[in-house]
Design a protein around this ligand. Structure first.
Ligand code: ADP
Length: 282
């Protein structure tokens, strides 16, 4: 675990009073460490698919009179390209969560749009494996948070559901509003629960304790084939925490997994000006 880190600032307020500001730096340290490790890792990880693509394209050129070999190389090029795309997506996600000392650019975010974006992000691997992603209607629910970070969190969960499921299975995304009275210790006010359920390989109890750690992968070889870096779930956890929400996992090995995000609910924007005042009749 990260050691507790705090910054302490002291300001005198007159002769008998001082103001002491204590800021928790643990979270900031954690994201800085993720970024540092990631840059070191990613440069190495990027070299592999780029190198493979370059070799494979040469091989295709040499094998132009052997259609079967061309087919085989093209298939491998497709796999390497997918891996490259997935690494680039991780870089984008990471840039979205960096530098969030304070959660900035907070707004009402329609859950429908987040789900559509997450599904769109996995369109290609889902189609290749004939995996159906089903999302129930969200009934116009909103989250309150940073759109880019929330998109990264949900996108990673849906992407994992597709990646760790066999072909011709289903991924279901369900959403509901819950009142926080029932879930003491979480953010005040209404919460939105979004769960992503797959019929995939599942996660053992031992691994469930570790999957949210950065760079932790149950099966590095398998995860590498899908472009996994082991960062996805640590990003999800970070986003949940910075929104004062939670992420939890439930799983039965060989049957599937459900990842559940609980995040603060938002309200539909009330006016076109975005100044928070109720729309007045013209
Ligand atoms: P990766 O980039 O390897 O997917 P993540 O941080 O997203 O990294 O996930 C960590 C590990 O947790 C994965 O390597 C995988 O072994 C496991 N995992 C994540 N999601 C699922 C899932 N839906 N089903 C089974 N295993 C999963």
């Amino acid at each position: 675990a990260d050691p507790l880190a705090v910054s302490v600032r002291v300001a005198p307020l007159g002769s008998r009073l001082v103001l002491v500001l204590v800021e928790d730096l643990t979270d900031r340290r954690r994201i800085e460490a993720i970024r540092r490790d990631f840059v070191a890792n990613v440069s190495h990880e990027l070299k592999t698919p780029v190198g493979a693509l370059s070799l494979l394209s040469e091989a295709v050129a040499d094998a132009s009179d052997d259609p079967e070999a061309v087919q085989r190389f093209a298939g491998r090029m497709q796999i390497e390209a997918t891996r490259l795309a997935s690494l680039v997506q991780e870089i984008i996600d990471l840039s979205r969560v960096q530098d969030d000392r304070l959660l900035v650019d907070v707004e009402p975010v329609p859950v429908d749009e987040l789900i559509a974006e997450a599904i769109d992000r996995c369109r290609q691997p889902a189609a290749a494996k004939q995996i159906l992603i089903a999302a129930g209607g969200t009934g116009d629910l909103y989250l309150h948070g940073n759109r880019g970070q929330l998109a990264a969190a949900l996108g990673n969960l849906v992407e994992n559901a597709v990646n760790y499921s066999p072909p011709r299975t289903r991924v279901a995304i369900a959403t509901r509003r819950i009142s926080s009275a029932a879930v003491l210790g979480e953010a005040d006010g209404e919460l939105i629960e979004i769960s992503v359920t797959d019929q995939g390989i599942g996660i053992s109890e031992k691994d469930r304790e570790r999957i949210f750690e950065r760079f932790y992968r149950v099966d590095p070889a398998r995860s590498r084939a899908t472009g996994g870096t082991g960062l996805g779930l640590s990003i999800v956890k970070h986003v949940a925490a910075s929104h004062r929400g939670t992420v939890a996992v439930w799983s039965v090995e060989g049957q599937g997994s459900t990842f559940t995000l609980r995040l603060p609910a938002g309200h539909a924007p009330v006016d076109e000006l975005g100044d928070g005042s109720p729309a007045s009749p013209a």
